[in-house]
Write a protein that binds this ligand. Structure first.
Ligand SMILES: Nc1nc2c(ncn2[C@@H]2O[C@H](COP(=O)(O)OP(=O)(O)OP(=O)(O)O)[C@@H](O)[C@H]2O)c(=O)[nH]1
Ligand SMILES: [Mg+2]
Length: 212
């Protein structure tokens, strides 16, 4: 009974996700879904990208959090349209939430919608939102074994952004081992090693994101 219920929930979600995707395609808007643990640096990366490369593309942002409008407030200072979703305890965004948020964005004026999912490395990977690509983030402070321990999001992603590379000298994080493991899990992954603090790796990520 439980299994059947879970299946029908996911089916209902993917039906709405398909509608979201059709709507985005109809407006020629690409959507990406940023997924990581809490505090990996999703909002900071977005802030930096919007700050360093303003106007490269018309971007709209959807922020997903369990509570508060803090991330949306941070993004709003960069002058882009942003919608905050509060899931009230749910550990991931779902397609219905995105359907509603898309209605609040000026889609006809946008080229790219960036969705920041709720901080969680597990649940968001199971819920398609209608996005074109999932991008996973992994910070060096989380440990180099996380890709193998939480593989699903890395299997589903097109790219991985390793964040907080400026902290590498201070912690035991085997970057080469991590990169090798990521590619074993998903050989097609594009991987960027970045630091929002020093700016390293951001230009490469931005040109991949905006020019691909
Ligand atoms: N040293 C260092 N700290 C960083 C970097 N990127 C982010 N941080 C710090 O990491 C903390 C969390 O960053 P956020 O951007 O809020 O993380 P998040 O993934 O958006 O967090 P949630 O939305 O809560 O899941 C903040 O204190 C940032 O200043 C980085 O490249 N280097
Ligand atoms: Mg955030």
């Amino acid at each position: 009974m439980k299994v059947i219920l879970a299946k029908s929930l996911l089916k209902a979600n993917s039906d709405v996700a398909k509608l979201n995707k059709d709507r985005l395609d109809g407006c020629k808007v690409k959507a990406i879904n940023l997924i990581s643990s809490p505090g990996t640096g999703k909002t900071t990366l977005l802030e930096k990208v919007l700050e360093l490369y303003p106007g490269k593309m018309s971007v709209g942002v959807i922020e997903g959090d369990i509570a508060t409008i803090r991330d949306a407030e941070r993004i709003a200072t960069k002058g882009v349209p942003v919608v905050q979703i509060n899931t009230q305890g749910i550990c991931h965004l779902d397609a219905r939430m995105i359907e509603k948020a898309l209605g609040e964005l000026p889609l006809d004026q946008l080229e790219l919608v960036i969705i920041e999912n709720v901080g969680n490395l597990v649940c968001p990977a199971a819920f398609d939102l209608g996005e074109h690509e999932k991008i996973a983030l992994l910070s060096v402070t989380e440990g180099d074994d996380k890709a193998a321990k939480y593989p699903r999001v890395f299997e589903a992603a097109t790219a991985v952004i390793i964040t907080k590379a400026d902290l590498l000298p201070y912690i035991d994080f085997d970057l080469n081992a991590c990169l090798k493991e990521l590619l074993q899990i998903n050989p097609r992954l594009k991987i960027f090693v970045t630091s929002a603090k020093t700016g390293s790796g951001l230009a490469e990520f931005v040109s991949w994101l905006f020019d691909e």
